[in-house]
Design a protein around this ligand. Structure first.
Ligand SMILES: NC(=O)c1ccc[n+]([C@@H]2O[C@H](COP(=O)([O-])OP(=O)(O)OC[C@H]3O[C@@H](n4cnc5c(N)ncnc54)[C@H](O)[C@@H]3O)[C@@H](O)[C@H]2O)c1
Length: 280
């Protein structure tokens, strides 16, 4: 019996997440998946990815620029795991390239709503490509089970979704890109897009009103990068109202190291309620 052809992947941005994708895709090698190339301008990141691939007995073609990777024609699928502020241009370059590439882009899609819309419009015009945003919380086993329960209808119509994340501060990233709103889209985009995605999924509706209050109260105040102090908030309360009457609430604190649960999710329907905890 003929085996399936190999699906060749390229990864753009091989920092922390890009290398996590490299490992995960290696675990799919029995499904004929291979990572064949990477693009990253940062030589230490390239080196770490190469060493990782070598530890699995694999080699990689290395590019410094994503456009060289696209022109190489080496892959059919691309994972974009570069910093948020680079997603827009990289995605537009992939989508406008003559060779079709399916794309998994790390959350968030872009840092600005207008850019997100342009990417979505451009992707819709390429019927030969699938462009997906990786919102991995949907696939965490406790959350996946919660989604199944909610979709199964045993809670009745969902009325309230409360999500609390109490955790450690933002990690250090390559060239500290995550210290500034202009690069990330802001904490509520960078960190909390997962939670707003889940609220929308549980509500089965779109948001119509948002109330929020947040500040940078504890973290990063003593850091400077090229003379600039970070501007990312480290705590917030957010209430979201959906167009079917469901309400969502987020309670974020990023100076709560040692909290028992990193995330706590509570979904309440007309006839039932489920709580989910993810442990640190
Ligand atoms: N799914 C999740 O839960 C999750 C968790 C963390 C980060 N992320 C997302 O993953 C992405 C990467 O974050 P990270 O934590 O790996 O950051 P990182 O700083 O560890 O790595 C980013 C890498 O991208 C490279 N890079 C910078 N500009 C580039 C460009 N123009 N082309 C190619 N590579 C470029 C950097 O040199 C670096 O090696 C971000 O979009 C982030 O929001 C998702």
């Amino acid at each position: 019996m003929a085996s399936n052809p190999t699906v060749n992947y390229g990864i753009i941005g091989v920092g922390m997440m890009g290398r996590e994708h490299l490992v995960n895709l290696y675990h799919l090698c029995s499904e004929n998946v291979e990572v064949v190339c990477i693009a990253d301008p940062h030589v230490p990141s390239q080196q770490l990815a190469l060493e990782l691939a070598q530890s699995f007995g694999r080699s990689l073609m290395v590019f410094s620029d994503h456009r060289e990777l696209l022109d190489s024609g080496l892959c059919e699928v691309i994972v974009v795991s570069s910093p948020n502020m680079t997603h827009y241009q990289i995605l537009m370059d992939i989508i406008s390239h003559p060779k079709p590439h399916h794309v998994l882009v790390e959350k968030p899609l872009c840092t600005k709503v207008a850019d997100c819309k342009k990417v979505v419009d451009a992707a819709r015009r390429r019927s030969d490509m699938i462009v997906q945003v990786g919102l991995e919380y949907r696939y965490m086993p406790p959350v996946a089970k919660l989604i199944k329960i909610v979709k199964g209808g045993s809670l009745g119509k969902i009325k309230m979704v409360a999500i609390r994340e109490h955790r450690f501060p933002f990690l250090v990233k390559v060239k500290n890109w995550n210290r500034f709103n202009a690069n990330t889209g802001g904490t509520l985009v960078e960190k909390c897009c997962h939670f707003f995605d889940l609220m929308r999924l549980f509500a089965g509706a779109n948001p119509v009103r948002v109330m929020a209050s947040g500040a940078m109260d504890v973290n990063h105040k003593d850091e400077t990068y090229d003379g600039k102090v970070p501007d990312i908030i480290d705590n917030a309360y957010v209430i979201v109202e959906f167009n079917n009457g469901t309400r969502g609430m987020l309670d974020l604190c990023m100076f709560a190291e040692g909290s028992k649960n990193e995330q706590e999710i509570s979904v309440v329907g007309e006839i039932g309620k489920v709580n989910v905890y993810t442990i640190l």
